[in-house]
Ligand binder design. Structure first.
Ligand code: NAP
Length: 248
């Protein structure tokens, strides 16, 4: 249903309450929590996407820990970034962080999370993994058995607070220190409002970015898949395309 469909609902229909009883005031959806003190870990933080996010959050003043399958690779990437970024093995990174971003390739997603179930228990997990295939026609969306990478994460991490975000960002822009603002919205998905509010607030720590709630994890597949379209855009127009959601 579009916004105009909703507006066109006839008076007295089931969608419109007939009672005149006072309802509590709607919460301001942009009233977001203070997340400035949160420690952010990045699994697979030695790669382009993880390194880019680590750089942006460290630049925004967060304590950031880069994770890797090898602690020394994480340390080398952290030393390159500076800004107080630390490096650690993925398990240590998960244990020491409040919020953990999953930035490993789809191929290693399930195995990585299975191994970190205990370390990630109780943590806010942000999955940004896009299950994509590539052939001579370009990128295309894969169809994970669980529905999406985010749903696979939620299934593997029942004691974590799994959300999904940061799928559409360009790692090139994130890593470029000459770029002060990243002009894009970030679609944020999750099951609990407190968690998606936190992720939206974290997104807003990066100048130019805005986090927009985009539904529950069952709708993550479309968001992950859209990256195949953005890759096509980037190839045709030699761009690093982002997204904006209008009228919110
Ligand atoms: N690149 C982008 O622009 C972009 C944008 C949005 C979302 N993403 C998503 O972010 C994720 C990471 O992208 P990326 O381009 O940074 O990928 P990447 O460079 O290929 O991989 C990231 C890191 O993951 C680790 N890794 C590699 N294979 C692994 C495996 N089988 N199991 C566990 N860890 C493995 C490696 O770190 P160690 O060897 O140090 O462990 C690697 O440096 C992907 O799922 C992608 O869909 C990427």
């Amino acid at each position: 249903m579009t916004t105009s469909d909703a507006a066109a609902t006839p008076a007295g229909s089931p969608a419109e309450p007939s009672s005149t009883a006072a309802k509590p005031a709607a919460r301001d959806p942009w009233d977001l929590p203070d997340v400035s003190g949160l420690v952010i870990g990045v699994l697979g933080g030695t790669g382009d996407q993880g390194r880019g996010l680590a750089y942006r959050f460290a630049r925004a003043g967060h304590k950031v820990i880069i994770g890797s399958r090898a602690a020394e690779r994480a340390q080398a990437a952290a030393d390159e970034l500076g800004l107080g970024v630390e490096g650690a093995a993925n398990a240590d990174c998960a244990r020491r962080s409040d919020v953990v971003i999953v930035a490993v390739p789809w191929e290693g997603h399930a195995k990585t999370l299975q191994a970190l179930r205990a370390e990630l228990a109780g943590k806010l997990v942000i999955d940004c993994v896009n299950p994509l295939g590539f052939d001579k026609k370009g990128a295309y969306a894969l169809k994970p058995e669980e529905g999406s990478a985010a749903e696979q994460a939620a299934a593997l991490l029942p004691e974590s607070r799994v959300t999904a975000a940061f799928h559409h960002l360009s790692a090139v822009l994130l890593q470029d220190p000459a770029i002060a603002e990243i002009d894009t919205d970030v679609m944020v998905l999750g099951e609990r409002r407190a968690d998606t509010d936190l992720v939206q607030a974290l997104t807003a720590r990066i100048p130019g970015m805005r986090g927009v709630f985009a539904g529950r994890l069952r709708n993550a597949h479309q968001v992950e898949s859209l990256v195949a379209n953005l890759i096509s855009v980037n190839r045709r127009y030699k761009a690093h395309a982002g997204l904006r959601v209008t009228d919110v």
